[in-house]
Design a protein around this ligand. Structure first.
Ligand code: 5GP
Length: 201
């Protein structure tokens, strides 16, 4: 069985990545890794579903146990990818998506150069601000903090393999699947198959 592909999926807050992921995850060959975070759950979020919501002490404990593939601080909170959320699923042939911010993504770039790096961009920063207001889950101050973080994150887009603009959800989702499919068809990805065909000719 082929191993799954590790996919790093980064998007500034308000880019609609949650809705994109919900669509992508309807395909059972994809799974989103559940991160640990010290931020409080938003309304509608559940422990063990959106995140493992843990305390600073618990986060530090996991750090000392080397439980994270990567971790980063973002807007006053810690976020980390648990190793247990990644390799066991790749081994089963499932594509594992890491929905992480740019600092963490750059760490994964070094640790797992074979991963696929996809950056989701908003059509504009103003549109992003508008979406954050519409979501209504953050205070004005946090929204501006997130818009500033988004501005900074956009400067990292060129460190990724692909950039998908999330203007119309359906198009962005189909772009994502197109990217993953193209990656499955690269010469490198197909080399074992080609060797087999030659051997059995
Ligand atoms: P939010 O608080 O909006 O759920 O997430 C804030 C940021 O943290 C987002 O950019 C999200 O992608 C990122 N994030 C979530 N989990 C992780 C993680 O495990 N590691 C890193 N580096 N970033 C994460």
């Amino acid at each position: 069985m082929n191993k799954g592909r590790l996919i790093v999926f980064s998007a500034p807050s308000g880019c609609g990545k949650g809705t994109m992921l919900a669509e992508i995850l309807k395909d059972e060959s994809f799974r989103c890794s559940i991160s640990a975070t010290t931020r409080k759950p938003r309304e509608g979020e559940a422990d063990g579903v959106n995140y493992y919501f843990i305390t600073n002490e618990e986060f530090e404990q996991k750090l000392s146990e080397d439980a994270f593939l990567e971790h980063a601080g973002y807007c006053d909170h810690y976020y980390g990818t648990l190793k247990s959320e990644v390799d066991p699923y790749l081994e089963k042939g499932i594509n594992v998506i890491l929905e992480i911010e740019v600092q963490g993504a750059m760490k994964v770039r070094k640790l797992r150069p074979d991963a696929l790096f996809v950056f989701i961009a908003p059509p504009s920063v103003n549109e992003l601000r508008r979406r954050l207001h519409k979501r209504g889950t953050e205070s004005e101050e946090v929204i501006e903090q997130r818009v500033a973080a988004a501005h900074e994150e956009l400067t990292y887009a060129d460190k990724y393999d692909y950039v998908i603009v999330n203007d119309a959800l359906e198009d962005a989702v189909s772009d994502f699947f197109a990217v993953v499919r193209a990656e499955q068809l690269t010469v490198k990805a197909q080399s074992e198959f080609i060797d087999e065909v030659i051997k059995n000719a």
